[in-house]
Design a protein around this ligand. Structure first.
Ligand code: TRP
Length: 893
């Protein structure tokens, strides 16, 4: 029966005449336009119901020239119509029961909220006031008392109705409004529900996302409280755990193709493979349809209870995972759905017409005969078949129809409706069976079932505890909510190509945190028909050896993996920073571990070391053999100053051998020895050469004993020796680990201790060398047997060339090659001197022994007094020349 036929407008009129003063008048401002079911006749109590039987209200034409009228509804929803039937079925069942409300027949008033807040408010006001020309705060008429409202569909509708009902302390039991905002007893004091709070669902989805390691997910929310609160709670939880949101889209309530297109675009462009959708099926279906049209199927969808088992979703999103509320089978319900008489009321007529896509054309007069025809064979009778196209009789068979309305395999919200009705009935039963004098109200009063106040029923509802028939589930409202239990459902293609809802796990919000979710990973079929969960990450994990590098302006889950620099490592995946290795360590090639640096020094055993040893030993041996050769060749050696030659040779042996001290792992003693030996060796060598020029004239002329000559050599040596001694005592050279010169190596080298000292000491050698060179240069033109002066000049030139070229070579090498360069310079200069000074002599001694006679020596000896010969003679001459030059220079001055 249409509600508007039950207008109680008159009542309002009377009332106002009674209460309002005579001069005030009342105008009717609006007339509601509601459709639904009503049966209150001869009933003791009436239960209200509200269902979104239509999907939306018809858009009005925006014409403001006419009296605005309450909108009509459109888009018949078979699924929610089934929920409505569940309420009727439950009331029927209760009325038949002997044990529950035995003496009380329940009536009902059910409105269609059309999934719209405005209609839900219209319904609530009408319901409260008993009239669709509402006069708020009054209820007119003498009908049975209203018990509670079962409804109202979506959360936003329930929020609207609960706010109004709360004002009147009127109980509301919702079967599908899950929004967490409704848990506030402060805002919604009379709101109860038989479906879990979305807090549990958001937590469950977050847990699932973390369970599968998805760190990059997209979200789509309906533009209502359900979508917004659900996604907000979900986001809060996952973001805390480090998951990033790739995109967040809102599905508009009235969606234009452009809106849908934009969201599709976002989904297509996003790299997230997981999309969490908090929306009703009605709001979501245009998007899914468009996505499927564009063949965007390689995403995994996480469904909430509102659409997980909805037939509105074209079943192509295989692999979808979702949470569904408890399911039950309600015996007799399917029969009830099938036994449907389309002519009972306008809603059922519309149902029939939408179902068969036809217009019911037969008047009620014809109906009985049609009914008969159907009753007999369950199908259309011949008489009926003769109808014109597009018309139907109401006798069509529904048995074989594959419509969601008749599908009782997934009675979830339907079951919730059933429970809600039972909750109200049980509360009424308890209210009715209150024992007088033991009642809960003031003075142990009881309420009267025929005339009670809504707040009195609220008391009983809050405390109700009962077992649902057929399922034995126990229902009670813990702070208004029921326990958060969900089945995890996976959409799998069955062999006939249809989608089946396979239960792959459970979530129980009241269990211990670690036991809340159990999910059988192996039973899940993912959307690519594989058993492996898809990966949804913005950036793959960074391996050890790299670190995360943030991308400016992007979420933290999107990063680049930047290889650690040399000398730095990261030994965990996804390291934020690379760790610097210790001074003695260096990174390995993979940059995932620090390894000790290679210790470098010029070892004895390596080819270069061996070569150098061989060369220096060879040099020393050659030098020693020269000593012997010189000993043999007496006349010649006599002709030259033997002592001078031997001291020179000895110093060369020292320099050859001291190069060996540069080899091997540097120790403090070897550093000291090598440097000092080198400095003294050269000082000895150069002072020997020098002495020949500076001291001999004096020695020759005054016949000073030879020790005087050596005293002078040693005076040069002393000076050097004392300098070296001071150096060794004050700032001795020592071995150090050079970790900075080469990254991957520790170079063991000698530190000179003091740069000033080493400079002074070698400058002294250079000074000696320069003096020796100058003298030799001046003496080079003097005639003597072996062109002694020339040889020494040449030897000194070689010496300088070697050491001058040593400087750039030394500076441009690193590590052990520096040592090698040093040794080469020592060896080269020693060989240079050895060869230049002694090769001509040895040549004579060995190859031309006939020249090695006293006679051969004599004619060439140019002496002043006929005693000095050979080298000493020539040197003496040279010295005289030098003296003369110097004195002439002095005279010139
Ligand atoms: N849970 C939804 C809400 O709170 C309502 C809902 C559940 C629903 N199942 C549905 C709405 C199916 C439409 C269709 O808003």
């Amino acid at each position: 029966m249409e509600i508007r036929h039950f207008l109680l407008g008159l009542c309002a009129f009377c009332l106002f005449h009674r209460r309002a003063s005579a001069e005030s008048t009342c105008n009717l401002k609006a007339k509601f336009n509601l459709s639904g079911y009503k049966d209150v006749e001869k009933k003791k109590v009436v239960i209200g119901g509200m269902f979104p039987i239509h999907k939306r209200i018809a858009s009005n034409d925006g014409n403001t020239l006419r009296l605005p009228v309450s909108s009509d509804c459109e888009g018949f929803n078979f699924r929610t119509f089934r929920w409505t039937q569940a309420m009727l079925f439950a009331i029927n069942e209760i009325n038949k029961r002997e044990d529950l409300l035995p003496n009380t027949d329940l009536g009902y008033v059910i409105y269609d909220s059309c999934f719209t807040i405005s209609k839900a408010v219209e319904g609530t006001l009408t319901y409260l006031t008993g009239q669709d020309e509402a006069v708020p705060n009054y209820r007119c008429g003498d009908g049975p008392p209203l018990a509670a409202l079962v409804g109202a569909g979506g959360s936003d509708l329930s929020i609207a109705t609960a706010r109004i009902l709360g004002l009147y302390h009127f109980p509301q039991v919702s079967y599908s409004s899950t929004c967490s905002a409704l848990e506030s007893k402060f805002q919604f004091p009379t709101f109860l529900r038989t479906i879990p709070n979305d807090k549990h669902q958001s937590t469950a989805i977050a847990k699932m996302v973390l369970h599968f390691g998805w760190t990059w997910v997209g979200t789509i929310a309906a533009d209502d409280d359900y979508g917004k609160y659900g996604i907000k709670d979900f986001k809060e939880q996952v973001e805390e755990a480090g998951v990033c949101i790739s995109f967040s889209e809102t599905l508009p309530k009235v969606s234009s193709p452009e809106d849908i297109q934009r969201i599709v675009q976002t989904v297509v462009e996003a790299t997230a493979k997981i999309i969490v959708v908090f929306s009703s099926d009605v709001d979501l279906s245009p998007l899914i349809t468009e996505l499927l049209r564009q063949n965007v199927t390689n995403r995994t969808w996480i469904a909430t209870e509102a659409w997980v088992t909805s037939a509105l979703m074209i079943s192509l999103l295989g692999g979808t995972l979702g949470f569904a509320v408890k399911r039950a089978s309600i015996p007799g319900f399917q029969r009830y759905l099938l036994d449907m008489d389309p002519y009972t009321d306008p809603l059922t007529e519309e149902f029939w017409e939408t179902l068969f896509n036809c217009t019911l054309d037969y008047g009620r007069a014809l109906r009985t005969s049609k009914q008969k025809a159907r009753d007999v064979n369950g199908t259309l009778s011949g008489e009926v078949r003769g109808l014109p196209d597009g018309l139907c009789t109401g006798c069509e068979s529904v048995a074989k129809l594959n419509n969601t309305y008749f599908d009782v395999s997934q009675l979830r919200i339907t079951y919730s409706v059933y429970k809600a009705v039972y909750a109200v009935a049980h509360a009424l039963h308890n209210l009715e069976h209150c024992k007088e004098g033991q009642g809960p109200f003031n003075g142990k009063d009881c309420a009267d079932i025929t005339d009670f106040e809504p707040w009195q029923l609220m008391y009983y509802l809050k405390n109700v505890r009962f077992k649902v028939p057929h399922t034995d589930e126990e229902i009670y409202f813990d702070k208004g909510d029921v326990e958060g239990f969900y089945e995890i459902i996976n959409w799998q293609f069955s062999s006939n190509g249809e989608i089946s809802y396979v239960i792959v796990g459970h979530y129980n919000g009241s269990a211990a945190p670690e036991d809340r979710m159990n999910i059988l990973n192996d039973s899940i079929v993912w959307n690519s028909e594989v058993l492996e969960p898809p990966r949804s990450v913005c950036s793959e994990n960074c391996q050890p050896g790299t670190r995360k590098g943030i991308r400016q302006g992007e979420p933290v889950c999107c990063f680049d993996c930047i290889p650690c620099a040399d000398g730095e490592i990261s030994n965990t995946s996804n390291a934020r920073e690379c760790i610097l290795c210790g001074v003695d360590d260096w990174s390995n090639d993979a940059h995932d571990a620090c390894v000790p640096k290679i210790i470098e020094f010029l070892a004895f055993g390596e080819p270069l070391g061996i070569t150098l040893i061989v060369i220096s030993a060879f040099g020393a041996l050659v030098t020693i053999s020269v000593v012997f050769i010189m000993n043999v060749g007496t006349p010649l050696v006599k002709a030259n100053d033997a002592l001078l030659s031997f001291s020179l040779l000895f110093s060369l042996v020292v320099t050859f051998l001291c190069s060996i001290f540069f080899l091997g792992q540097p120790q403090n003693w070897s550093c000291m020895t090598s440097q000092v030996a080198l400095a003294l060796g050269f000082a000895f060598c150069l002072s020997s050469i020098m002495s020949g020029y500076t001291l001999l004239p004096h020695c020759v002329e005054s016949l000073t004993p030879l020790w005087a000559f050596y005293k002078d050599i040693f005076s040069f040596l002393y000076t050097q020796g004392i300098a070296c001694g001071v150096w060794l005592i004050m700032l001795p050279p020592h071995s150090i680990k050079n970790t900075s010169a080469k990254n991957i190596k520790i170079i063991l080298e000698c530190d000179e201790g003091s740069v000033v000292f080493i400079c002074c000491i070698f400058s002294y050698d250079i000074l000696l060398a320069l003096l020796a060179f100058i003298f030799a240069f001046i003496a080079r033109k003097l005639e003597d047997n072996f062109s002694e002066g020339k040889c020494i000049t040449f030897g000194m030139l070689v010496f300088f060339i070697v050491w001058i070229s040593f400087v750039p070579a030394y500076l441009s090498t690193r590590g052990k090659f520096m040592v090698a360069v040093q040794i080469f310079a020592i060896l080269a200069s020693s060989f240079g001197l050895l060869t230049c000074i002694f090769l001509p002599k040895c040549y004579i001694l060995l190859v031309k022994p006939e020249c090695n006679t006293e006679e051969m020596m004599r004619p060439h000896a140019k002496t002043r007094d006929g005693t000095a010969t050979g080298t000493s003679a020539s040197l003496a001459t040279a010295a005289t020349e030098v003296n003369a030059t110097i004195s002439s220079m002095a005279i010139d001055d």
